[in-house]
Design a protein around this ligand. Structure first.
Ligand code: 13P
Length: 245
């Protein structure tokens, strides 16, 4: 791959307890000897309960921590069960994933995601903005329309665009073991890049140590957003290593 940095973002979703934070020592150790460590950026996005302990564990390393979602308001408020972007920042998050399809499926609209992105940027977080079509949209051949709409609405009047990283995650690929065909993926990433101009674009959806050989050849991808396979340090390290072989 031709780009300067490659991102490896771990989305732990609703998995992990305090003890799992210790498993990161393997990744920390790996990075110390890995020759390409200057060419990679690793971001761990654990559940919010682990942001603080993980930030502490990763102090003095190059690995950064992110959150998986945030409330759209930057201020404290009467919103039971929610956490806002400045609260996440205050416990060590540097990034936040927004617009993930699992949250879109439970009712998040493009408009709400746009408000969340603005709030996160205002709080000084970098945003990993997820977009992607469902299987039925793909079958209807409206992927480009869907992605355009998600990008246009999500980034409407967003300042500091340089703090946005796009993650293309086709919904039909998440957790299914199925990945897009290489030429199809190249063209979709290219389409997104033309829309957003200077933003990095990651791919997410069933990335694992077995298919990374294929995915790494798609040279317009700036990195990977990894779900299931990121929960085991060994698999995550394998993905990173194999990207550079
Ligand atoms: P999987 O890697 O488990 O398919 O999940 C992808 C994802 O949703 C990352 O955000």
């Amino acid at each position: 791959m031709t780009n300067k940095y490659k991102y490896f973002v771990a989305n732990w979703k609703m998995y992990g307890g305090l003890n799992t934070v210790n498993s990161l020592h393997r990744v920390i150790k790996f990075l110390k000897t890995f020759k390409k460590s200057k060419n990679i950026k690793i971001v761990y996005c654990p559940p919010s309960t682990l942001i603080r302990p993980m930030s502490k564990k990763l102090l003095n390393t190059t690995i950064q921590v992110g959150a998986q979602n945030c409330h759209e308001s930057q201020n404290y408020g009467a919103s039971t069960g929610y956490i806002n972007s400045s609260m996440l920042k205050s416990v060590g998050a540097k990034y936040v994933i927004l617009g993930h399809s699992e949250n879109r499926q439970s009712g998040e609209t493009d408009k709400l995601i746009n408000l969340k992105i603005k709030s996160a940027i205002n709080s000084g977080l970098k945003v990993i903005f997820c977009i992607g079509e469902t299987l039925s949209q793909k079958k209807k051949k409206i992927t480009k329309q869907i992605l355009s709409k998600q990008i246009k609405s999500g980034l409407n009047k967003v300042k500091k665009r340089k703090n946005i990283i796009i993650a293309y995650e086709p919904v039909w690929s998440i957790g299914t073991g199925v990945i897009p065909k290489p030429d199809e993926l190249f063209r979709t990433i290219d389409f997104i890049k033309k829309k957003v101009k200077n933003n990095k674009v990651l791919y997410g959806g069933s990335v694992n140590p077995k298919n990374i050989h294929q995915l790494k050849l798609i040279n317009n991808i700036n990195g990977f957003l990894v779900g299931g396979a990121s929960q085991q340090s060994k698999k995550f390290i394998d993905i990173i290593k194999k990207t550079f072989i």
